[in-house]
Design a protein around this ligand. Structure first.
Ligand code: AMP
Length: 286
């Protein structure tokens, strides 16, 4: 059976009506699917009776100078992957279908009701350099929750801050969904799989490999007993390729995102690095 492509909210709601006796799983994505996404979809198919994969490049979560216009789009390939994995529906609405007219890249809070997660959770890590990003993510994911009413929703540890923030949003807004965090998937060479990896040239990719090496070096030092985050920071930095531009490398509590001065088990070490113009994120749990 191939996955059914659905473009409108009404059609999706109609199709889901007869499925509500079983569990509905939602996997929100921006498309250009890779094996990281595939792991989430496979998990939903395994745990739920119906799986909806949304493919929507959300303009509202991109800053005005970010890569919204050139974000990769591979809908045909995405559909066949979803079919192969036995997902039921691929929901790929237009921007107008999701937001009506006039909402474009960047946050348009004069046009739109938005969901704003607590500032102290988003004023750090990715949120620091991408102001408004998590408001855009929280807004679109809340809309998807309202459209699909899933029992479970699957997100990747790759976007660690995102899943923590979304759990908080669902809790605070009493959205009856169980958010499942799925493990971060890497290529064999250690690079975290990402739709943005397609932007990397062969030499960029070589430089990008130092990102996971940096995180692995930190974990190794922590496992050997180093807990001072300044020392762990320096240990990591010494491994990062000189061609890579560090945006941040932070040690935070794995549940609250509060900064850790002394590293402890379960802490999140998260980083964003620019390789040329490509911004990549990665993280590891201590
Ligand atoms: P995106 O299409 O980048 O918005 O990602 C959609 C979902 O896939 C998010 O929950 C991501 O965390 C997850 N995801 C993306 N890359 C990976 C990966 N390498 N491992 C696990 N999950 C991932």
């Amino acid at each position: 059976m191939s996955a059914h492509l659905v473009k409108t909210i009404n059609e999706l709601r109609e199709l889901l009506k007869s499925r509500r006796t079983g569990k509905i799983g939602l996997v929100p994505t921006m498309g250009a699917l890779h094996k990281g996404h595939a792991s989430l979809i496979a998990r939903s198919v395994k745990e739920c009776d119906t799986t909806v994969v949304s493919v929507f490049v959300n303009p509202v979560q991109f800053g005005v100078n970010e890569d919204y216009d050139k974000y990769p789009s591979t809908l045909e390939a995405d559909l066949s992957l979803c079919s192969k994995l036995k997902a039921d529906f691929v929901f790929a609405p237009s921007v107008a279908e999701m937001y009506g007219e006039n909402v474009k890249q960047g946050l348009h809070d004069d046009l739109l009701t938005t969901v704003c997660p607590p500032f102290r959770m988003v004023d750090r890590l990715c949120g620091k350099s991408r102001p408004g990003h998590f408001d855009g993510v929280a807004t679109v994911v809340t809309k998807l929750f309202n459209i699909v009413s899933p029992d479970l929703a699957f997100f990747g540890q790759k976007d660690a801050q995102q899943v923590i923030v979304l759990k908080k949003v669902a809790k605070d807004l009493n959205i009856p969904v169980k958010i499942v965090t799925c493990p971060l998937i890497r290529d064999d060479d250690g690079l975290a799989t990402s739709s943005r990896n397609t932007y990397l040239s062969a030499s960029d990719r070589e430089h990008a490999l130092s990102i996971s090496k940096m995180l692995f070096a930190i974990k190794k030092a922590f496992d050997a007993g180093v807990v001072d985050t300044e020392i762990l920071f320096e240990t990591g930095l010494s491994v990062l390729d000189k061609n890579a531009g560090l945006e941040y490398l932070e040690f935070v509590d794995g549940e609250t995102l509060e900064p850790s001065k002394t590293a402890k088990k379960g802490d999140l070490v998260a980083t964003a690095v620019k390789i040329g113009s490509v911004r990549l994120i990665d993280n590891i749990i201590l």
